[in-house]
Design a protein around this ligand. Structure first.
Ligand SMILES: Cc1cc2nc3c(=O)[nH]c(=O)nc-3n(C[C@H](O)[C@H](O)[C@H](O)COP(=O)(O)OP(=O)(O)OC[C@H]3O[C@@H](n4cnc5c(N)ncnc54)[C@H](O)[C@@H]3O)c2cc1C
Length: 832
């Protein structure tokens, strides 16, 4: 089907969608479905002429992230319903099998079975023989077990795109092919900069909103407005075989054998077979330049790269021996946009009205339905319907402006695509990049570093390992990257003092005449209480969902410092900018993360340690909890902030970065006689679990309100002028919450929940009931000697004493809802 290019391009439209692949047509379709009919979609060539036309068309739903699973489930529902319409997309609900050809993979599949249960996705564990019954061409050699997802399927990617385009057009969307975007105009500076016009070779379109659905070209399009989208075009290959079997009444399920790096699906009487090579090949991007995709690369493929495919072909014949005896009908080598962390790039950017929906990492067909749906809501309502942080284009820090860093991280991800990702596994590419001023000290003292947003952060110090603490090692996967060093690091914070390098904390300065107005509007707590005050708060969306969770220090009447998680600098700054734009606030929002080192010193001895180093009165009257004082510690000028994420007396000490190494040494030397221990992030996580502190992105997210999350103590409904999300909270308070985040203690301390495990009810007789939730985060509490997990439960079950089961690697472990927090519920130690 060819679109007629002769119709005149509209001079204006509310929304312009750039790109007529499966992504762009789905976004246009869902915008129209949501009621926005003033939409123009443009493509520089034919529809489906980017990556879409050469896709293998497999549609799998299960992902480790429940949000993505929900999106893919929606895709299946959509494709199923389109199949019944006038423009069927060739949807075949053939099911899919995933094999475990190693014991470790079998454990992974059991874990995934838990994810499926908590996502409500139909999946069953099957034996090797049962898998072979469903897919007779395979051998069972070495197969430990498998899983079967009956509602997975396959679709014709081009037909799907045309089906979505037809639906969009029927609802009023104008589709203009052979219309190349040459530029995008913006007006305004800084926060007020926003898109005004899309310039094409067929004329200009004035618009309010642009959605960049350019696939592997999306980075090039985003550069037109100086936005960096780290997408690398990578060569991706599969073959279509000659006939391998007689006609079948029921289609073969697709088959994935990740241990052999291969997948198969039926294509008429042959197979499509492809995989992820260990030796990848980026296309057109290099370490010193961004993608340079030729201007005429449309509807085209790359030359087959037989050498690079040998490993995949040989592995394919191990699992399906007959494939070695048939010829190849076609060899497809097509480029596709991959990202550095294998997640999509979705959502708004710092240019008002400019959205991205691209970088689908060879999952665009499976994802397109869900992507279109969430993007339509994001574009029209300003917020997505669910927590999409993993896919939010703003998650990438400044380092991804570097083509070499982006390339190294993308290649690493591609080549390890089918590897088992053990919890706490650390990546290697592009390290070390961002280091604290105390980095050398940490390395000398045996630090095991983890990486987050390019920062090297101490997970633990090997030098703190105590062999006796091996008894704490969790069973299974949770024990793989666990270190006994965490136990003494945790205990030191509770019993004496521990020091943690938190220099990677993201720090955002909000300044200007409207700084207080903005912060009060954005935050649910009262954050403008005068210079030197510190406030823990959330920033909510209009529905009351938690968009950000951070601490705000007021430095003076027009200056606030927001401190948030390492990975959230861009996200939170972007949220603040969006709200500043919405209320036309005269502010400057600057990421000052690198300007300040930050060390957390906590424990009952913390005051004694610092007292000898500072002229500042550290008593509760002069320096209460949630206060900031500018002073000196040793020879170093510091801002001391009395907060805690571990539930003990102490401070975060901030100093200009160049003083950082000296401040660390000063605190260390002063602390040693008091039993000070240097600790890492694993100990912090354990300490915060005991104290019930929530982590944004895991325990709290845009889909949950402060009332549901147990953070109602932050909400100031009576704050003059109100705040964003207030009306939703008022309504929820009146109606009562339907669910609440609770703390669970597992019966067996050696079993540790890693997140996303299903939680099911148990009746008074101990009989299991329905799966009602999933674990948001979990881990060991070394002071209390328990395995802890958080989960949202329907309110009727969210009461202390309720018995539940948590599904951990196929085993149901008993658990009890407990009071929250478990540790120091009156916060006496924090205020000591
Ligand atoms: C070999 C291979 C196998 C795959 N197999 C699967 C699979 O089994 N399952 C699965 O889910 N996914 C698979 N994928 C991935 C899937 O094909 C992609 O994720 C998806 O097609 C991307 O769609 P898109 O709309 O984002 O991009 P595209 O299809 O590339 O569309 C982008 C469009 O933007 C247009 N454009 C670019 N620049 C401009 C401009 N300046 N002006 C106007 N228009 C512009 C292009 O012409 C293009 O049509 C596979 C990919 C490959 C390469």
């Amino acid at each position: 089907m060819t679109e007629t290019p002769s119709r005149a391009l509209p001079a204006r439209a509310r929304v312009v969608v750039i790109g007529g692949g499966v992504g762009g047509t789905s976004v246009a379709y869902h915008l129209a479905l949501a009621g926005e009919r003033d939409v123009v979609l443009v493509d520089r060539s034919e529809l489906t002429s980017g990556s879409t036309f050469h896709s293998a068309g497999l549609v799998g739903q299960l992902r480790s992230d429940p949000t993505l699973t929900a999106m893919n489930r929606y895709s299946v529902e959509l494709y199923r319903s389109l199949q019944l319409g006038e423009n069927p997309p060739g949807w075949v609900e053939c099911g899919s099998i995933r094999l475990a050809s190693t014991q470790e993979r079998w454990e992974e599949i059991q874990r995934q079975d838990g994810w499926a249960a908590s996502s409500g996705l139909e999946m069953s564990l099957i034996s090797a023989a049962e898998a072979q019954e469903l897919f007779p061409l395979m051998t069972t050699d070495g197969v430990v077990g498998a899983c079967f997802l009956p509602t997975d399927g396959q679709v014709d990617p081009s037909q799907l795109t045309y089906s979505l385009a037809a639906g969009a057009r029927a609802m009023g969307v104008a589709i203009h092919t052979h219309t190349r975007v040459l530029g995008i105009d913006t007006e305004g500076d800084g926060l007020r900069r926003r898109v005004t016009r899309v310039r094409t070779d067929k004329g200009d379109i004035e618009c309010e909103l642009v959605v960049d659905c350019g696939g592997m070209f999306a980075a090039e399009i985003a550069r037109m407005v100086d936005v960096r989208v780290p997408i690398v075009p990578m060569s991706h290959q599969y073959v279509v075989t000659e006939a391998m079997f007689e006609h079948r009444e029921t289609p073969l399920p697709s088959l994935r054998d990740p241990d052999n790096l291969v997948y198969y699906r039926q294509e008429v009487d042959g197979l499509v077979m492809g995989g992820y090579e260990r030796q990848s090949l980026p296309w057109t991007a290099s370490a010193s330049s961004y993608d340079r995709i030729p201007a005429d690369f449309n509807g085209r493929l790359l030359q087959p790269d037989h050498d690079r495919f040998i490993e995949i072909s040989e592995n394919a014949a191990i699992r399906v021996p007959s494939i070695a005896d048939v010829g190849i009908r076609s060899f497809i080598n097509g480029p596709e946009g991959f990202t550095p962390d294998n997640e999509f790039c979705l959502g708004p950017t710092d240019v008002g009205g400019f959205f991205v929906a691209a970088g689908y990492c060879a999952h665009g067909i499976a994802g397109a339905g869900g992507i279109g749906k969430v993007m339509a809501e994001w574009v029209l309502e300003g917020a997505p319907p669910m927590d999409l942080w993993h896919m939010d284009v703003r998650r990438f820090g400044g380092s991804y402006r570097s083509p070499s860093y982006t390339l190294a991280r993308t290649v690493e991800n591609y080549e390890s695509y089918y590897d088992i990702r053990y919890p706490a596994h650390e990546r290697k590419a592009g390290r070390p990049l961002r280091t604290s001023p105390a980095y050398a000290w940490h390395a000398e003292h045996g630090a095991a570093f983890g990486e987050k947003s390019g920062w090297e952060r101490v997970n633990h110090y090997e030098s703190n390992s105590v062999v006796d603490d091996e008894a704490w090692r969790p069973r299974g996967w949770a024990g793989r990257h666990w270190s006994p060093a965490v136990v003494p690091e945790h205990r030191a914070a509770r019993e004496a003092a521990a020091i943690f390098d938190e220099s990677s904390f993201a720090k955002i300065e909000v300044s200007g005449p409207d700084a207080a107005r903005l912060m009060q509007w954005v935050c649910d707590n009262d954050v403008a209480r005068g210079a030197g005050t510190v406030t823990y708060t959330q920033a909510l969306n209009a529905g009351g969902g938690i968009e950000c969770d951070f601490t705000v220090t007021q430095l003076d009447a027009q200056l606030f410092l927001v401190v948030t998680g390492t990975a959230f600098a861009n996200h939170d700054a972007s949220w603040l900018r969006t709200q500043a734009r919405a209320i036309d606030a005269d502010v400057r929002i600057a990421d000052v993360t690198g300007a300040w080192a930050c060390f957390g010193l906590w424990g009952p001895k913390a005051r004694d340690i610092v007292a000898a180093l500072t002229p500042q009165d550290l008593g509760n009257d002069a320096f209460p909890f949630l206060a900031m004082r500018e002073t000196t510690v040793g020879d170093v000028p510091v801002r001391m902030v009395r907060v805690t994420f571990v539930g003990e007396l102490g401070w975060e000490l901030y100093c200009p970065t160049e003083y950082g190494a000296t401040l660390w040494r000063t605190l260390w030397d002063a602390g040693r006689p008091h039993g000070l221990v240097a600790g890492g992030y694993r100990a912090i996580d354990s300490l915060r679990l005991e104290k019930g502190y929530r982590v944004w992105g895991a325990d709290i997210d845009p889909g949950h309100t402060p009332y549901e999350a147990g953070l109602g103590f932050c909400v100031r409904l009576d704050k003059p002028g109100g705040f964003l999300g207030r009306e939703a909270l008022v309504a929820q308070k009146e109606a009562g919450v339907a669910q609440r985040l609770v703390c669970l203690v597992l019966d067996d301390r050696s079993q540790v929940a890693l997140g996303n495990e299903p939680v099911r009810l148990v009746d008074s007789a101990g009989e299991p009931g329905a799966v009602v939730s999933r674990v948001t985060s979990g881990g060991l509490g070394y002071s209390l000697g328990v395995s802890i997990a958080f989960a949202y439960l329907p309110v009727e079950h969210a009461v202390a004493g309720t018995r539940l089961d948590v599904g951990i690697f196929g085993e149901w472990v008993g658990a009890t809802v407990t009071k929250d927090p478990l540790y120091d519920p009156k916060s006496e130690r924090v205020r000591a």
